[in-house]
Design a protein around this ligand. Structure first.
Ligand code: PPE
Length: 305
């Protein structure tokens, strides 16, 4: 399904959607060195609010730092530009995609002399893994592709090129009739989904792989804090593939995926084959939190000014 809105913020200005084009020698198009974010804005009773906006902007700047990219705007400029873009498009609930990439100029592997472009794109984006997936759970396959080695790709950075690996895994899973791919790290322990972090619940303990070699997800952090506040025992611990098969519950989380239950892995039914009580509870609270219905977490919301 193609997406659309009216305006895109590009290098300091709002321009019509159809005019947001780049040159074919855009350096990032050839070599993949760009950094981006995925952020969501939700409607609340006090108006649209961006969930953990500050943390997303901070991660964008950290991604850029990791790859020596200088973003020619400040934190506050990006924040305000995001507000402007949402308002110009009359959006209340939307997905926000800030991206920084190298433009045309020199070719070859040194990007440093090319100009850094920044765009902020907003559009309405429903359930990433489908409404039904969100409610009933999805079917996953362990990918034949490993996730990145920590010294091959910089996994704390959300780099465009890192996602070729994710796309290989995603396509394989879809072509094999599954909804999503789960990826193992080069040592063979569970890393993450193609675009989500992973959690399991086993014998009353919630577990997630340590944030090494995976994207340090902001939703992952939110889930850990909410679970902790609810009094759950939560551990960052290596998880083996077979532990997924015998987990009581498995779920994926991310800005796009929100909290999506997993009901099957490699043709093994997880738990009873439907979202378990812990996943359901966390999902329920998460959706209240992002919509400003849980006062305790209101500091996570950045209301669109
Ligand atoms: N791991 C990966 C590989 C990943 O891409 C994401 C986000 C996460 C974990 C979760 O991170 P966070 O959003 O901070 O909780 N994936 C983004 C891109 C999805 C896309 O298809 O594009 C997202 O969810 O916005």
């Amino acid at each position: 399904m193609s997406i659309r809105a009216d305006y895109i913020w590009f290098n300091g200005k709002l321009i019509p959607w159809d005019e947001a084009n780049v040159h074919l020698l855009t350096h990032t198009l050839h070599y993949g060195l760009g950094v981006f974010e995925g952020v969501r804005c939700y409607d609340t009773k006090k108006g649209p609010a961006i969930f953990r906006h500050g943390e997303h902007i901070e991660r964008l700047f950290n991604s850029a730092k990791i790859v020596h990219m200088k973003i020619p705007y400040t934190f506050e400029e990006i924040r305000k530009a995001t507000f402007e873009t949402i308002k110009a498009n009359n959006l209340t609930e939307c997905y926000i995609r800030p991206i920084a990439f190298y433009g045309e100029g020199a070719m070859g592997l040194n990007p440093l002399n090319n100009e850094v472009n920044v765009a902020i794109i907003c559009w309405e984006w429903g359930a990433y893994l489908g409404e039904e997936g969100l409610k009933k759970g999805i079917r996953c396959k362990i990918s034949s592709f490993n996730r990145h080695h920590v010294n091959i790709a910089m996994t704390k950075a959300k780099i465009c090129g890192n996602y070729v690996n994710s796309q290989l895994a995603k396509m394989e899973a879809l072509l094999d009739g599954y909804d999503e791919a789960l990826m193992l790290d080069p040592d063979g322990t569970v890393a993450e989904g193609s675009g989500e972090n992973i959690f399991i619940v086993r014998k009353g303990v919630i577990k997630t792989p340590p944030a090494v070699g995976i994207l340090e997800g902001i939703t992952r952090d939110s889930v850990m804090r909410i679970a902790e506040d609810l009094g759950f025992d939560i551990k960052e611990e290596k998880i083996s593939r077979d532990e997924l098969y015998i987990a009581d519950e498995v779920f994926l989380c991310g800005t796009a995926a929100e909290i999506t239950p997993v009901r099957e892995v490699d043709r093994r039914t997880i738990g009873l084959g439907r979202p378990g009580p812990v996943t359901t509870k966390l999902q329920e609270i998460f959706f209240r939190v992002v919509r400003g219905e849980e006062e305790k977490y209101e500091h996570w919301l950045d209301y669109v000014e």
